[in-house]
Design a protein around this ligand. Structure first.
Ligand code: NAD
Length: 360
């Protein structure tokens, strides 16, 4: 703080609440859109069809073709439809996959994008787009990628399976954790990060106990919004880099990979980022439980909720550990503690086996 800070507010309209989907037609009208295309994955096609009914004649159709990692070929097919059908806006309904497709279309066409998130991944709040082409994932950042509107409806999250809610919630916690030690961190984002972690740590046990618990679901989605805001506002470091490397090299599932790695990344950085470590430990340790290492406390939290704690359980081959360590140190990036290959290899080997996190 003594060194001052820079804070950039994200220019996005956010609507949050229970039952807010009913307000989507007025949002589309507000933007004077007459033919919007609704984007979803195949799994959420029925939900997208219901959304089209809600929008009535302002909905031109449903495009249920979104998949993970935003392949350019999928975007190009959707773009052909946008042009052929005179589409004047897109609505993405779903998690990071559907929202990624919405961003890919918006950045190429300049059309407004209304995102309706149904997971806790947070993509709706970021000006970041990761796309894959011929097996290579590239990520870019631009104001034109940030959606115009993010409409959060707690009711839409009740159907998110408990197990995925936990890993997706850990994905949101990861954004907040890295925001606490980001090179460009600032007081507002740190407040949001702390609140994000607290809301999700409070909410996820309640979601597991009863996936339809409205209070737990509200808290979890609120934490996800804050976590997404952190991701969209400041730079990330080792943890996100490792997830990106492993996701790309071994096609590992996004939220689960975040869940397994985060405790290890926290342990790696804990000494170099005492503010993060202190805040995280304070949130995770209630009166009944005290685990001084925040990485260990986070892994225990995830394990209690039934989440995976080993990369091998996600399908990563043991022989890939060295390759992943090489990739992780290939292009330098900022991290509170220097990124050293031997220490990263130890981290990855422990995460692969499901061992307790240590500071390597
Ligand atoms: P996802 O969007 O792939 O969703 C996982 C599955 O859950 C899908 O089949 C989806 O249809 C289904 N689903 C989503 N919400 C549901 C609900 N409420 N009920 C029932 N099923 C539901 O997963 P994700 O973790 O949200 O997103 C991962 C993708 O997003 C990755 O490609 C990742 O790189 C990207 N991402 C990007 C950013 C960014 O800022 N650019 C941020 C986070 C994630």
């Amino acid at each position: 703080m003594r060194d001052g800070f820079v804070y950039n507010g994200l220019p996005i309209r956010v609507i949050f609440g229970d039952g807010t989907l009913a307000r989507l037609p007025e949002e589309v009208e507000r933007l004077d859109r007459k033919r919007v295309l609704i984007l979803s994955t195949a799994q959420q096609r029925d939900q997208a069809e219901r959304l089209a009914e809600l929008l009535g004649k302002r909905a031109a159709g449903v495009h249920p073709a979104a998949v993970m990692h935003t392949p350019v070929a999928v975007t190009e097919k959707a773009l052909a439809r946008v042009t052929a059908e005179g589409i004047d806006g897109v609505v993405s309904l779903g998690g990071g996959s559907a929202i990624g497709l919405g961003k890919a279309i918006a950045v190429r066409t300049g059309l407004p994008h209304l995102a309706v998130p149904t997971t806790y991944a947070g993509s709706e709040m970021t000006p970041i787009l990761g796309e894959t082409d011929n097996g290579i994932k590239t990520t870019r950042r631009s104001g034109a990628i940030l959606p115009t509107v993010a409409l959060y409806d707690v009711a839409l999250t009740h159907g998110l399976p408990a197990a995925f809610s936990v890993t997706s919630g850990m994905n949101a916690i990861a954004h907040a954790v890295e925001a606490l030690y980001a090179q460009d961190r600032n007081p507002i984002v740190s407040i949001m990060a702390e609140q994000a972690i607290a809301a999700l740590v409070r909410a996820l046990p309640g979601v597991v106990a009863d996936p339809a618990d409205p209070a737990a679901r509200t808290d979890a989605l609120y934490g996800a919004w804050l976590g997404g805001t952190c991701l969209g506002s400041v730079g990330m470091a080792l943890h996100h880099k490792l997830c990106h490397v492993l996701g790309g090299a071994f096609d590992l599932p996004h939220a689960e990979t975040h869940t397994v790695l985060l405790p290890h990344a926290v342990a790696y950085n804990a000494e170099a980022a005492p503010d993060m470590a202190g805040r995280l430990a304070a949130v995770l340790n209630d009166g009944s439980r005290v685990e001084p290492q925040p990485g260990g406390a986070l892994q225990s939290f995830a394990r209690r909720l039934g989440a995976p704690t080993a990369l091998r359980a996600l399908g990563m081959p043991e022989a890939g550990i060295d390759h992943a360590a090489d990739l992780a140190v290939q292009s330098p990036y900022w991290n509170p503690r220097p990124v050293e290959r031997n220490a990263i290899r130890t981290l990855l080997a422990r995460a692969w086996a499901g061992d307790a996190p240590i500071t390597p």
